[in-house]
Design a protein around this ligand. Structure first.
Ligand code: SF4
Length: 413
């Protein structure tokens, strides 16, 4: 099953629909256009119904981590829906190549496809390290460059949306600007334009800055945790919408910070375990390049808006120093700890740590570090919320409401 997988060929690329689970609504809308422009007929799966969890439970080992269960459920449920020509459909999942189960999803997906009678549907494992070879999925340098800038600008849009939405005066104005800016981005991401970071980010920042807001006192709540739980609406039961309804401002780091974390890990692998020096040098180069682009964006936020810009990732990285070693890099590893300290520095000391069932790495670094963080930062109000198929949404929301009422008390004490 691992080695005799069905290969996605060049011929398939022409007329196959490729199903991909949606994790970040803003980013994936931007990436959708980039991929379609390069000949990939991608469809991001948005469905968010209980049957998906049931399919996941039926088709995955019940001790597998919750994100794996959800994506398997989404694939099987989509294939069963009758919406797709099964002779012209493939499924795609990214693989980190790291030590946690994120590197094994693809094998679990293939097993689930086979057990459900979809063994002829190709399952594509996409990884930067090229664990699998699929000739139909060659990502051209142009596509990679456009996708990178797409993520950079999407991080900016997500950051501004989170800062403005809770304070908007005219209902849904922020959502309208969001849609407008995604359209603007889709038109701007040509290979000749995409790297004009100052110009594009200025347009986006100015558009969001024009939204009328009423800057009342609201509780800032940071979301950290396993990447899928942190961002996916289906995974975290629409956590962000819930927090906005509860009168809070959401603070979340962008997707590029996770990529920065992976790049640092490649450098650490070389230092600690004598792994590839070439990979470490290339990662260092890529890391510095990303930092420069992020700094340009942060300068634009400072110059053209009244909002605080995110901290440079290089400073965020160092925030983990006192708490955890850089060798702890399974799952979100040291990034989870850095993210929590960063939030506290930003004044978002109310933190939700979103933990999926079956995720040993993040339970260790998340729960494991909280005591030490709270010892050093007594004002931190951190709550771990577990996500699994048997957790009721009401219980999760009640725990978050308790955290919010503690946050309210802290304001008046
Ligand atoms: S980080 Fe945890 S939840 Fe995510 S893939 Fe790895 S084991 Fe699963």
């Amino acid at each position: 099953m691992s080695y005799n997988y069905k290969v996605f060929t060049k011929e398939m690329k022409k007329d196959y629909t490729i199903l991909v689970p949606n994790m970040l609504p803003i980013h994936f809308k931007v990436l959708d256009k980039v991929l379609k422009d390069n000949g990939f007929n991608i469809e991001f799966l948005e469905d968010d119904v209980n049957e998906i969890i049931d399919e996941g439970l039926r088709n995955a080992n019940n001790d597998i981590c919750y994100p794996a269960m959800i994506v398997i459920g989404q694939f099987i449920s989509a294939l069963k829906s009758g919406k797709y020509d099964l002779d012209k459909t493939a499924v795609l999942m990214t693989q980190t190549g790291g030590g946690c189960r994120a590197s094994n999803y693809i094998h679990l997906i293939r097993k689930a496809l086979e057990n459900s009678g979809f063994q002829d549907v190709p399952a594509i494992g996409l990884s930067v390290s090229g664990i699998e070879k699929h000739p139909g999925l060659k990502l051209s340098p142009t596509l990679i460059v456009k996708a990178f800038y797409g993520v950079l600008y999407s991080d900016l849009i997500m950051c501004l949306y989170n800062k403005i939405k809770p304070y908007e005066v005219n209902k849904n104005e922020t959502d309208m600007v969001l849609e407008k800016e995604i359209k603007y981005l889709n038109n701007s991401l040509s290979i000749f334009n995409c790297f004009k970071v100052n110009k594009i980010s200025k347009h986006i920042v100015k558009s969001f800055n024009n939204i009328s807001i009423n800057k009342t006192d609201k509780i800032k709540v940071g979301i950290v945790g396993e990447i899928y739980m942190k961002y996916s609406r289906m995974g975290n039961n629409h956590l962000e919408e819930f927090l906005i309804k509860e009168n809070a401002e959401v603070v979340q780091s962008g997707l590029l910070d996770f990529i920065n974390y992976c790049l640092i890990n490649a450098i650490v692998d070389n230092k600690l375990y004598n792994k590839s020096k070439v990979k470490a040098i290339l990662s260092k180069f890529a890391y510095k390049f990303i930092l420069r682009q992020q700094n340009k964006i942060n300068n634009t936020i400072k110059r053209y808006s009244s909002f605080d810009a995110p901290e440079s990732f290089e400073n965020v990285r160092k925030m983990a120093d006192e708490y955890i070693g850089y060798g702890v890099k399974m799952g979100e590893g040291w990034l989870l700890v850095s993210n929590m300290i960063e939030l506290i520095h930003q004044g978002a000391n109310n933190i939700i740590c979103a933990e999926p069932f079956g995720c040993l790495p993040n339970h260790i670094v998340g729960r494991g570090a909280i005591r030490k963080i709270m010892d050093k930062h007594p004002n931190a109000n951190i709550v771990v919320i577990d996500y699994d198929p048997s957790q009721s949404k009401i219980n999760q929301e009640n725990r978050i409401k308790l955290m919010l009422s503690n946050a309210n008390l802290n304001i008046y004490l």
